[in-house]
Design a protein around this ligand. Structure first.
Ligand code: A3P
Length: 306
């Protein structure tokens, strides 16, 4: 933003010089008016996957001066009641941005909601899509951890999992009584990435979607962000100086010229211990599904097979 603001300032000075000249034609005055920020529809979306680092990714990209972000999850494309309010309503939820800046919104449920790809295309068929994924079993456990925490009285505002589920161990929810994998259990179902991705690829060309490795983003954010900067067509501006490792949190925190910031305590929760035999069983189950995902994206993410 700094450069756009700086550019705006230069233009503002130029304009005041022109205005002070009595012969200055009116049209030129208008042309030299300083750029004003306006609300724009997003040119890029973080479509999911939930619990894979969607918030971290958005906050990290926001370190870039040419990126503006919608502050909350807008849920425009996945909730019929919001979608019915139309694009002007959606635009009103966007941040102010200067010309040339990229507006990004993230709502992780976009990825899994069937109507969303077509609706996104109807808004902008050349929108850039960012899909962040993690090793599917870790993601499922993270999802379980979140659902369980939401069922506690300290977080009453959030939707709670179905009655009784929260108190049950992950192992009992992920594996049925007959020993098969419970694909109806939401944290497992959402980790079947290929079953949602194919719909997006029926609507958007592959080049318009970037798959971000969420496990690598945790370990070393800068190389992932470089790839994303290239994908978004913006200069490489986010570097090592923008991060420091916080030993207490166990994650990288973010830094720019004015602030240091770690993500909230709901990001980077401690996961419960899960029986290693169950982890192995789940990983084996996911092998063929991961393979289908790799084929769709044309890339092997190397997730463990047991
Ligand atoms: P856990 O809380 O299970 O560790 P989302 O924002 O999509 O809900 O994803 C949350 C996940 O972001 C966290 O899951 C955490 O692992 C991951 N994450 C990635 N980078 C992070 C960071 N720098 N700080 C905190 N969490 C981060």
């Amino acid at each position: 933003m700094a450069s756009a603001v700086g550019e705006g300032r230069k233009l503002a000075q130029a304009e005041s010089r022109v205005i002070s000249h009595p012969m200055a034609p009116r049209k030129r005055n208008r042309q030299l008016r300083p750029p004003r920020p306006v609300k724009r529809l997003p040119q890029a979306l973080i479509i999911g996957v939930r619990k894979c680092g969607t918030r971290a990714l958005l906050e990290m990209l926001y370190l870039h001066p040419m990126v503006q972000k919608a502050s909350g999850e807008v849920h425009f494309f996945d909730r019929d009641e919001n979608y019915a309010l139309g694009l002007d309503w959606y635009r009103s939820k966007m941040p102010l941005s200067f010309k040339g800046q990229i507006t990004i919104e993230k709502s992780p449920s976009y990825f899994v909601t069937p109507e969303v790809p077509e609706r996104v295309r109807a808004m902008n068929s050349s929108v850039r899509l960012l899909l962040i994924v993690r090793e599917p079993v870790t993601r499922a456990i993270s999802d379980y951890t979140q659902l369980r925490s939401r069922a506690t009285p300290s977080a009453p505002a959030h939707p709670a999992p179905p009655a009784g589920e929260a108190a049950r161990p992950f192992e009992h929810l992920a594996i049925t009584a007959d020993g098969s994998i419970n694909v109806a259990y939401r944290p497992i179902a959402i980790s079947l990435y290929h079953s949602y991705l194919h719909r997006w690829l029926e609507v958007f060309p592959r080049e318009q979607l970037l798959v971000v490795n969420g496990d690598r983003l945790i370990e070393d954010p800068v190389p992932q962000l470089r790839r994303i900067e290239t994908f978004l067509g913006i200069e490489h501006k986010i570097g090592r100086r923008n991060f420091y490792f916080n030993e207490t949190k166990g994650f990288y925190c973010l830094r720019n010229d004015t602030t240091d910031k770690c993500l909230r305590e709901t990001k980077g929760r401690k996961h419960p211990r899960v029986d290693p035999a169950v982890v192995t069983k789940l990983r084996r189950f996911f092998v063929q599904h991961n393979q289908r995902f790799y084929e769709l994206v044309g890339e092997d993410l190397g997730w463990p097979e047991d």
